[in-house]
Write a protein that binds this ligand. Structure first.
Ligand code: ADP
Ligand code: MG
Length: 923
């Protein structure tokens, strides 16, 4: 690394890494960007970050929801250097000396003078001269980060440098007197406010300072000891105690900054420090809703089944921009000349030196990054080695008197250039609003349905009544007409009788002389028939007869008429009846329709459950990449596979899944595992996995051949999702001893090994490892499991660095070691541990002090079990396990494990001899 001459040669902290990347060095690591430099071109129609958006939303557009592709985009920390012009004092005092730095902005190089004839050369992502404008600095350093934040990624902008070199000038100037002087904070907020839509999005900020490991709220002076919270699941850090102010316009933000600045001054006076010793941190939270995904849901009168198909929860992106104005990087004088005690000096330096250590560790790819050593590094854990897009500006002064500080500032920047981040979109489903909308939709349907039902019932009733009235009126009319006819005939008959009588009386007078008509009425006819008719002239009688005949005919016609009318009434009655029948049918149809609607509602609910499950799974995968608490053991596996709704909410949903299960039938679901259509298969395997997560279903699934089908899926399917879900289901079934034997008998180990070998997906590997880990805990299966390569498969999976996978591997090893230990104690096993024979020891030793407690705990147990058998002792000593045992005995947080380790060490002659030889007294 020695540098022999100025000019051409350069020494550079980035020689191994950074110099290799070819230009263009772009702050925005979007490969599609054509921007040829570190700066973002403001005039370009599509800002560089939107290219990034395009490439990531491509993978987000799928059907399962946000962040399907959670691998992230590589994004190295970008570093710019800015030189402050000579100030008045330097112009006088250093008049005879050259600047200690010389910039070559076109080559993006900085030369640091060693002496008059020799200098070292360093390369940066961007080199900003003393003439660089504030606008240019913003566009080059900050704008790409701001655009990224608007796209849903976290972002960090940080300034590092000696006091007086322009950190606050660069970040914090308000520029009220001169617009061109505005710093990065003001410009960033201006860009953010211009981009968001006020109806759906929101921006809120908090502003605080960190001094001597205490955090003070700059927006609320009374709040002077804020604590940091870390979400164990996502690893997100937040300051719930800090004041959070929603920002709607630029003016109120500038006022807020001014207010914060005033408090920073006051707080520093109170704490008896200078602002150069404290770190000022501005946190901007941007929440945006992602449009265009839920429009189908908004079509309120849309067809139901259509709605079910296109159902999508709305998505929100929550990103955070952190702007950090660090304390001056110069070393604090430990002699106390600034009035600090040595303890104070240590505390003042703590955060900054911890930041330096973390960046060194990250630059060197070291396994341990001491993030937890200070509040600053905890706050910035996502900024360095995390998921944020990070831009660092290092500020230097020209004075040769400060060459030492300038040099160390430059080296800091060089190391930071080697830090790689993995950018990830911060996106989640807005389930609450989806559920609200579904509820509204459901209620509307119920109301509409009820209304329709009532209307059709009323209509049937009305028509029935109408028909009845018609019938009774027709009957009444008919009876009336009949009565009238009868009366008319009676009257006609009486009249014609009267006429006959009169006629007869006249005839009598004419022919019979003085005979009176008394009694005639009674026997006139009798007399006529008894021969006195002869006295009536024949013509008269004939005429009468004809008359009578005519009358009779008329009466007969009338009767025919009435008969016809009766037939007609009967007919209309029949029509009325058929009308009633029709209405009945209508009513039945309505009832049928209602049933169909209810079925659709059930499908809708099921769909919601499924969606929630998938999203939960996705979120879990996303979360899994943080280093929060790593779940271990069977319970956690079980809960991973369960539908979250089944866990969280009441029995309602549980019952509906159970109903679905009964309706469709287990056999049917299992047969769908062999479906041709991959989607159907995926769906079916998910349903089976959900069922298998419930202990109550496991026996039925196995009896129905489900376990065999799941194992077959590992072989027959090439789909990653199917592998993952099937392995999860198998892991759950493998909790039971009978099933473990069945899995082994069906060649489960080789199927699981094959799946593990072919997959790179941490979640699949975690499920497979979980299944094997369960099998490892079965005393009867030890030999067979090892013989079929189970241990090797388990160890093979540690190539995936995901802590969840490691936790399962550790659990498997601990289970296996425990069984072996049991067998040894019972005398059924005599040889060396199969784990050691299969080469597990190096991994065990390496992970015995793993940061993640589930991994550490299992490995510690495994070590203790292995150590209980003298046959293993020699290998363990040569593999370095003795040191770990001593450490466990001294430091392990669990007392039972400490006791186990002590007992093991004390009872082993081999370990005792070695400890004596090494003169280790473990107390
Ligand atoms: P720091 O925050 O690093 O301690 P400041 O931002 O307070 O430094 O800057 C110290 C002084 O230098 C201030 O008076 C500031 O106005 C001036 N200064 C810093 N950078 C520049 C620059 N690029 N151009 C002109 N003056 C500058
Ligand atoms: Mg400052």
């Amino acid at each position: 690394m020695a540098n022999t001459g100025g000019g051409g040669n350069y020494r550079n902290g980035t020689q191994k890494g950074a110099l290799k990347f070819d230009r263009p060095l772009s702050l925005n690591s979007n490969p599609k960007s054509t921007s040829s430099s570190f700066k973002s071109k403001p005039s370009s129609a599509a800002p560089p970050a939107s290219g990034l958006r395009r490439s990531s939303t491509g993978s987000l557009g799928g059907s399962t929801g946000p962040s399907k592709d959670d691998a992230g985009v590589p994004g190295r920390v970008r570093v710019a250097v800015r030189l402050r012009p000579r100030n008045a004092e330097e112009l006088v005092a250093d008049a005879d000396f050259a600047d200690c730095v010389e910039l070559q902005p076109e080559l993006k190089r900085l030369k640091l003078r060693r002496n008059n004839w020799d200098s070292d050369t360093f390369e940066f992502d961007e080199v900003l001269t003393e003439f660089a404008s504030q606008k240019r600095v913003y566009e080059v350093v900050a704008k790409p980060v701001v655009e990224s934040v608007l796209d849903g990624y976290n972002g960090t902008i940080m300034a590092y440098g000696q006091t007086g070199t322009g950190k606050t000038f660069t970040l914090g100037r308000l520029g009220e007197e001169d617009t061109a002087a505005r710093g990065i904070m003001v410009r960033a907020l201006e860009d953010i406010l211009a981009e968001i839509s006020p109806e759906t999005d929101s921006v809120s900020v908090s502003y605080f300072q960190l001094y001597m490991e205490t955090i003070q709220d700059l927006l609320d002076p009374a709040n002077d000891n804020i604590s940091i919270m870390e979400d164990p699941k996502t690893g997100d850090v937040s300051l719930p105690g800090a004041t959070l102010v929603e920002i709607r316009d630029q003016q109120s933000f500038v006022e807020l900054l001014r207010f914060g600045e005033a408090h920073r001054f006051a707080a520093n006076t109170k704490l008896n420090t200078e602002s150069s010793r404290s770190h000022a941190i501005l946190m901007v939270h941007v929440k945006r809703s992602v449009k265009g995904r839920d429009s189908a849901l908004l079509s309120e009168n849309g067809n139901m089944s259509h709605m079910v198909k296109t159902l999508k929860p709305p998505v929100v992106r929550k990103a955070k921009l952190v702007v950090v104005d660090l304390a001056g990087s110069e070393r604090i004088d430990k002699s106390g000349s600034e009035g600090h005690t040595l303890e104070e000096a240590k505390s003042i330096n703590l955060s900054l030196s911890a930041l330096g250590k973390c960046i060194n560790a990250l630059a060197e790819n070291s396994a341990h990054v001491p993030v937890r050593d200070s509040k600053l590094t905890r706050l910035l854990r996502d900024s360095f080695g995390g998921t944020a897009r990070t831009s660092l500006i290092v500020t230097v002064g020209p004075s040769p008197r400060h060459r030492g500080e300038t040099s160390s500032t430059i080296m800091f920047g060089q190391r930071a250039m080697k830090v790689e981040n993995m950018l990830k979109i911060k996106e989640e489903f807005d389930y609450k609003s989806l559920s609200r909308r579904l509820d509204i939709q459901l209620d509307k349907l119920i109301v509409e349905h009820e209304r329709q039902q009532k209307a059709s019932r009323d209509e049937v009733e009305r028509i029935t009544i109408e028909a009845q009235t018609c019938i009774s009126e027709a009957e009444r009319n008919y009876a009336d007409a009949l009565e009238k006819e009868r009366l008319k005939y009676q009257k006609d008959y009486l009249e014609s009788m009267k006429k006959l009588e009169e006629q007869w009386a006249i005839d009598q007078q004419k022919h019979g002389g003085g005979r009176t008509a008394v009694g005639l009425k009674d026997d006139s006819l009798g007399k006529m028939s008894s021969g006195e008719v002869a006295e009536v002239p024949a013509a008269e009688v004939k005429k009468l007869l004809q008359n009578e005949t005519l009358l009779r005919k008329a009466a007969e016609e009338e009767i025919d008429n009435l008969k016809n009318q009766l037939v007609q009434w009967k007919r209309s009655e029949a029509v009325g009846n058929s009308e009633i029948l029709k209405l009945r049918k209508l009513l039945e149809d309505e009832a049928h329709q209602k049933q169909k609607l209810e079925e659709e509602i059930a499908i809708l609910q099921n769909q919601l459950l499924q969606l929630s499950f998938e999203a939960d799974e996705t979120r879990r995968r996303l979360d899994g990449s943080g280093d929060g608490k790593v779940p271990g053991g069977l319970d956690s596996l079980l809960s991973q596979v369960k539908l979250p709704q089944l866990k969280d909410s009441g029995d309602g949903e549980k019952a509906s899944i159970a109903k679905l299960f009964e309706q469709v039938g287990l056999q049917k679901i299992l047969s769908l595992l062999e479906a041709e259509d991959a989607d159907v298969q995926i769906h079916a395997v998910k349903v089976v996995a959900n069922l298998a997560a419930e202990e109550a279903n496991q026996e039925r699934i196995v009896e129905a051949g489900g376990l065999t089908s799941l194992l077959m899926l590992l072989k027959s399917s090439a789909d990653e999702t199917i592998h993952r879900v099937a392995a999860g289901a198998i892991a759950n079934l493998a909790m039971n001893e009978t099933n473990q034997e069945l899995i082994m008998a069906e060649g489960g180990i080789s199927l699981l090994s094959m799946t593990a070998a072919n997959s790179e997906d941490p979640q699949t590997l975690r499920m497979v490892a979980g299944a094997v880990a369960n099998l490892c805990g079965n005393d009867k299966l030890q030999m067979k499991l090892r013989g079929e390569g189970g241990i090797k498969a388990l160890l093979g999976m540690v190539r995936c660095r995901h802590p969840d996978v490691h936790a399962q591997v550790a659990r498997g090893i601990a289970n296996f070691a425990k069984c072996e230990s049991r067998a040894s104690t019972q005398g059924t096993k005599t040889g060396k541990s199969l784990l050691i024979e299969d080469g597990a020891l190096p991994w065990i030793v390496q992970n015995a002090n793993n940061e993640a407690s589930p991994i550490r705990r299992h490995v510690e147990l495994a070590l203790c079990h292995l150590a209980q058998h003298e046959v293993n002792a020699k290998d363990m000593i040569s593999g370095g396990a003795l040191w770990e045992l001593v450490r466990i005995l001294r430091d392990c947080s669990r007392e039972d494990v400490r006791t186990l380790a002590r007992r093991t060490l004390t009872s082993s002659p081999t370990f005792q001899a070695e400890l004596k030889r090494l003169r280790i007294d473990y107390g």
